[in-house]
Design a protein around this ligand. Structure first.
Ligand code: 5GP
Length: 115
């Protein structure tokens, strides 16, 4: 079964794509949690960060570089932003296809809700 994000990458589901190259696709989150909320998604299907292989090191670095450049393009590099990767149930991970959240455009508050 292809993941939801594989379908978006393949053009089988619509998305507002803001960047694409041979290794990643970036598109707007359907339920934005901040004025800027972009998902940087690897073409390679890696379910979670726990499934990242040593050979994926440059891909992971590339995802961060793309996030950096998108933050600059979105005008939030100086005001600030947060990069998040959720992993497995306690994190609230919903889509099991590696993706980096780029969030910004307002003060984002505490990193994690204190209970
Ligand atoms: P996760 O919880 O796995 O880290 O994040 C998954 C993200 O994917 C959520 O922020 C959610 O809003 C987003 N999302 C879920 N379904 C879709 C969709 O069909 N299109 C887009 N653009 N984003 C989606």
């Amino acid at each position: 079964m292809p993941t939801l994000f594989e379908k978006i990458i393949a053009g089988e589901l619509p998305a507002n794509i803001v960047y694409r190259d041979s290794r990643v696709v970036a598109f707007l989150d359907i339920r934005p949690a901040a004025p800027v909320h972009i998902l940087i998604v690897s073409h390679k299907v890696i379910p979670t960060t726990d499934d990242i292989a040593d050979e994926d090191e440059s891909l992971i670095g590339h995802m961060v570089i793309v996030a950096r450049d998108l933050a600059r393009q979105q005008g939030i590099a100086k005001s600030g932003y947060r990069l998040i990767i959720n992993c497995n149930p306690d994190s609230g991970q919903d889509v099991y296809h590696l993706h980096l959240h780029l969030l910004g455009g307002r003060p984002l508050g505490p990193l994690v809700q204190r209970t």
